[in-house]
Every structure is written in C-alpha cells, then in structure tokens.
Design a protein around this ligand. Sequence first.
Ligand code: NAP
Length: 245
Amino acid sequence: MKTDLTGSTALVTGATAGIGRATALALAEHGAAIVVHGRDPERGADAVARIDALGGTARFESADLSDPADVRRLAAAVGEIDILVNNAGIFRFGSTVDTDDAAFDAHVDINLRAPFLLVQALVPAMAARGRGAVVNVSSGAAAVPGRGSGIYGASKAALESLTRVWAAEFGPAGVRVNTVAAGPTRTEGTAVFGDQFEAVGQLTALRRLVDADEIANTIVFLASPAAGYVNGTVLTALGGTPAVG
Ligand SMILES: NC(=O)c1ccc[n+]([C@@H]2O[C@H](COP(=O)([O-])OP(=O)(O)OC[C@H]3O[C@@H](n4cnc5c(N)ncnc54)[C@H](OP(=O)(O)O)[C@@H]3O)[C@@H](O)[C@H]2O)c1
C-alpha cells in the first residue's frame, strides 16, 4: 500500500489531544511534516515533542477556531500544505430545549465554520499544484439520532454534506476530500463521561470503545496515495451496528 507521505506537510487541527494528536503522530510516522494546531501551548509543545521523539518534524500553531479572524490568521501562518485534517471539534450534549444560543453557535462556529474557512483558504493552493487531500472528522451522531446530540450531530451532518461538495469542487484539480465518522473514542474530551462512556461502546457490534490510534489509521489511509480514487466519501469507523433481535 502506498502510504508513504514523505515530502508532504499536514495541518491537523485539534492535534493537542485525542484523535487529533494520534493522527498527527501517525501522519508523522508515515513521513509527513506536521503543523500541530490547538489552543493550549503546553499541550502543543507536548505533541511536538512526541513527534520529535519519533524522528518526525513538527511545529505548533495556536488559534481559537471559534473566531473566524483567528482561523484566517492560522491559515496564513500555516502557508502551503498537502494534507488538511479538520479534526478539532466540541461536543456538549443537551436536549433541544436545553441548548442555548451560545452552545448552538459554538458547535456551528468550531465544528462547521472553521473547517469551511480552512478549506476556503488552504485548498485552492493545493488545487493549483494539482494534488492534496482533506480529511474531516465526523461522528456517528451525524446520522444516528441521539438524545442530547442534536446540534452536535447537525454540525457534523453539515460537514459530511460539505465533504461531497468539496470533493466535487476540487476533485477535477486532483484534490480529494473525505470524512471519517468516528465511533465512541477514548480521548481527553470523552474522559469526562467516566464509566458511562463504556456503555456507549457496548452499543456497537464490536461491543467496545475505539482507541484514538484506530481512528488515526483510517485518517492516514484517506490522506495517503493508497486512497487515490476515494473521494467524497464518509468512511464509518463506528464499530458496526448490532443486529436487531
Ligand atoms: N471522542 C469521540 O468519541 C468522538 C467521536 C466521534 C467524533 N469525534 C470528533 O473527533 C474530533 C476530536 O475529538 P476528541 O475526542 O479527540 O476531542 P478532545 O480530546 O476534546 O480534543 C479536542 C481538540 O480540539 C481542540 N479544540 C477544541 N475547541 C477548540 C477551539 N475553539 N479552537 C481551537 N481548538 C479547539 C482542542 O485544543 P486545546 O488543546 O487547545 O483544547 C483539542 O486539541 C472532534 O471533531 C469530535 O467531534 C470524537
């Protein structure tokens, strides 16, 4: 399989924790130079040090993705890249009645507008060079109704819709755009759910949670030449749906 990414540069948003950090490390192991994005400089330095320890190359860029000006500043600071992983995201669960304007806006701003602005700013240069790959990170909540995951799932469903649009817009220029829909993953972000989260893993056909490394591997595949004819798809790494009855 052609998964060698030597000579490529990848921006991974939200690479200071969880799925993003695992993805940054996995891309680095496959030879890509990494721009580690996050907000927290200490977590950023830790991720960069982990990549250095693997013999990889990385630097940290901080930006608050809820602020469109900061997203555009990030894109300008990053410059030319070959791989964009739109991973950073928030998930704050609450019923529709309990979702206030701030929670609604935060999901849309961070999970949807930020990837949109990064694609807008960074992908035209990939297209001009005739190659590149974008991988977005979605969730089973995009397709499966969950009590309390309304606006979160809606923000991810919109990202999946944009995946198909971007694949059509940039595919003719040689840039592929895909999404991984991640199952319930052990990360810093989900650690707050404690033992309750284990039960979510039992709802999958594999009857377990997924490790961030396993999601990272699907992202590396989609970003790599091994997925050269995969474009506009949502790869579900959801552990399968249990049979009824
Ligand atoms: N974990 C799961 O079960 C699961 C399942 C399906 C999909 N996903 C998706 O996978 C992605 C990563 O999830 P995770 O569980 O790995 O998350 P996590 O452990 O909570 O880490 C979130 C990352 O996003 C960054 N981030 C959050 N808000 C940001 C903001 N306003 N500006 C800039 N960076 C921000 C954080 O940066 P700081 O270090 O600066 O805070 C951190 O690097 C998300 O899009 C999530 O929706 C997760």
